[in-house]
Ligand binder design. Structure first.
Ligand code: ADP
Ligand code: DP6
Length: 316
């Protein structure tokens, strides 16, 4: 038997940064994301012809810590794998891996859906999300399209909202692997950042305001909340010990260009995750202006993406 699944990445507007100490993976603050259609993972799962186990990601065998993480995930959450770990898995990230562009979200969502079909398990988004988030928290949101919330009580749901004219322009500052994984970075932030409690309290307020802005289809408020929240998250992690600095001088230069766009009335709002790349949330009618602006400032490495209205799916 052979199963292929595709899962999109999602970019959080209000970001999850820290896990509660519970076995079922709950975030310390509510998060709200958008699902992107241009960046995704495709994963094929099949019986291994020689009865072995292999996991190839982007044409290379997964080894070391990455293999340990996958092996633990498969053994713990797929009882049929534990009973017979003969599987050939081939994954391709159509997104830079471990560069703060959410490859772990699309990667674990595609893997979980392919395995659920292979082992004939439940394929409801709720059940898939419960498993996938054990591999990577943010992957829970990649089973839904559009706006998606993941809350502190563990619930994950689509938020109704108009996403037809929304899009992202991603400025690729650095496609290399980050120096510190999101997992380690958030652990360190929770344990040592003196302002972490303030971050959680503020995020909860912003998540409520974001839900209201989405219901009102108020793009300016959605954008402002997105940008202020991202900046707050990065400030918070920079107060950890030792400080975590994903943003580089290059990222800050892009932020300055975004500020210039805003001064000229372009609705462009920046958000950054665990990496130096900058994602600009905007509306399709501003795309030409934004691209011209970025080109004029020397930025040519851009990825454009609309919002996907569907989450992970089986391809064959
Ligand atoms: P990102 O910003 O890309 O999500 P993370 O630090 O959260 O970065 O996670 C990156 C890690 O996720 C990789 O080092 C790898 O262990 C895992 N990962 C990424 N893509 C896949 C995939 N398709 N299958 C399995 N694991 C993956
Ligand atoms: C900044 O989901 O990659 O992108 O659960 O440890 O795998 P793990 O972390 P991950 O962290 C995502 C952090 C973020 C914010 C977000 O996507 O909500």
């Amino acid at each position: 038997m052979k199963v292929t699944a595709k899962a999109p990445i999602n970019i959080a507007l209000i970001k999850y940064w820290g896990k509660q100490p519970s076995a079922d993976i709950k975030p310390y603050n509510d998060s709200i994301s958008l699902t992107l259609d241009a960046l995704y993972t495709i994963t094929t799962v099949e019986t291994h012809p020689e009865g072995l186990f292999s996991y190839r990601l982007n044409d290379r065998l997964i080894l070391g810590n990455d293999l340990t993480r996958i092996w633990y995930f498969l053994q713990t959450y797929f009882p049929k794998f534990k009973a017979n770990p003969s599987l050939k898995i081939t994954a391709k990230n159509h997104v830079p891996t471990a560069a703060g562009l959410a490859s772990s979200a699309s990667g674990f969502a595609a893997l979980t859906l392919a395995l659920a079909r292979y082992y004939k398990m439940s394929e409801t988004p709720e059940d898939l999300a419960k498993i996938a988030k054990q591999g990577s928290g943010s992957s829970a949101r990649s089973f839904y399209g559009g706006y998606v919330s993941w809350k502190t009580d563990g619930t994950i749901a689509k938020i109704p909202g108009d996403t037809d004219t929304l899009c992202f322009v991603i400025v690729l500052v650095d496609a290399n692997e980050k120096y510190l994984s999101s997992r380690e970075a958030m652990k360190r932030t929770v344990a040592t950042a003196h302002s972490y409690h303030t971050y959680v309290k503020e995020s909860q307020k912003k998540a409520l305001n974001m839900e209201k802005a989405i219901a009102d289809n108020d793009f300016s408020t959605i954008g402002r909340l997105t940008e202020t929240h991202a900046r707050h998250m990065h400030e918070t992690m920079s107060s950890a010990m030792p400080p975590i600095q994903y943003l580089t001088n290059e990222s800050r230069k892009v932020l300055d260009v975004v500020a210039k766009m805003q001064d000229q009335g372009i609705k462009a709002y920046a958000t950054m995750d665990a990496g130096s790349n900058v994602k600009i949330l905007t509306k399709t009618n501003h795309l030409d202006d934004i691209q011209t602006f970025l080109h004029n400032h020397g930025y040519r490495d851009l990825i454009l993406s609309k919002i996907s209205n569907k989450g992970a799916e089986i391809l064959e």
